[in-house]
Design a protein around this ligand. Structure first.
Ligand SMILES: *[C@@H]1O[C@H](CO)[C@@H](O)[C@H](O)[C@H]1NC(C)=O
Ligand SMILES: *[C@@H]1O[C@H](CO)[C@@H](O)[C@H](O)[C@H]1NC(C)=O
Ligand SMILES: *[C@@H]1O[C@H](CO)[C@@H](O)[C@H](O)[C@H]1NC(C)=O
Length: 211
């Protein structure tokens, strides 16, 4: 199944947590969020050995980039820039005070190598996975216990190459629950905007235990 979802501003409106903006359970207001240009540090995936040829795995490049940029969380935050190209990758995790920016014609292509998808425990509130009793594959773009994260771009695309997963799912061949394109757990102040999400293995965006 092919699903195209252009996400404009999705995961709850930004809940202000600074400068006395905190609201009590109401998600009715919105305000201009300057997050796109607010990061003091910027790096490109190519600085970490990324290769946008659609064949080379960039999982390590993404994770190295995020790990490196996480050092700037308390120093103005950081942005990881993904230029035009086809960036094959497995699951990777984001950090706080961080922007992932996909340039126009930047395509994140989800890896079909299951070794690139670490398995997490089932969600505590479910007690089991949705597709199988055990754990669940980590989502392509994943974050837990984070604050102030932006996933955006100039209409860059995240393609989950989901038919690989849907076929296994329909044949009952999955040992673990399929990954999502984007998942945040125990996080707050998340913006997902100006991207095209395609061919998810399952759901597109899954915020859980998050505000
Ligand atoms: C994330 O937050 C949850 C809920 O507060 C907590 O139970 C869990 O231990 C935290 N995990 C990490 C990796 O900090
Ligand atoms: C974004 O990309 C999608 C898929 O290529 C396209 O259908 C859509 O028209 C684009 N939207 C904008 C605003 O450029
Ligand atoms: C996101 O897309 C909207 C509608 O096309 C546009 O008005 C806005 O400037 C874009 N934001 C960014 C950060 O590119």
């Amino acid at each position: 199944m092919t699903r195209i979802v252009t996400v404009l501003l999705l995961v709850g409106f930004i809940l202000g947590v600074r400068g006395g903006e905190a609201r009590k359970g109401k998600v009715t207001e919105s305000f201009a969020y300057t997050g796109i240009s607010c990061r003091r540090h910027t790096a490109s995936i190519t600085d970490f050995g990324g290769v946008g040829d659609g064949k080379t795995s960039n999982t390590k490049a993404f994770q190295d980039a995020v790990n490196h940029l996480s050092k700037y969380a308390s120093d103005g935050g950081a942005q990881l820039y993904v230029p035009a190209g086809k960036w094959l990758t497995g699951s990777f995790s984001l950090t706080s005070h961080f922007t992932l920016y996909l340039q126009k014609h930047a395509l994140l292509l989800a890896s079909q190598d299951m070794k690139e998808w670490p398995v997490l425990k089932p969600l505590p509130s479910y007690g089991r996975g949705r597709d199988a009793a055990g754990g669940r594959f980590t989502s392509l773009i994943y974050g837990t216990n984070l604050s102030d994260v932006i996933v955006t771009g100039a209409n860059g695309t995240i393609d989950g190459q989901g038919s690989f997963w849907w076929q296994k799912f329909h044949k009952g061949r999955l040992k673990y629950t399929r990954p999502y394109l984007i998942e945040f757990m125990y996080s707050d102040t998340i913006q997902i905007s100006n991207l095209t999400l395609l061919n998810s293995p399952s759901w597109n965006v899954h915020p859980v235990y998050s505000r």
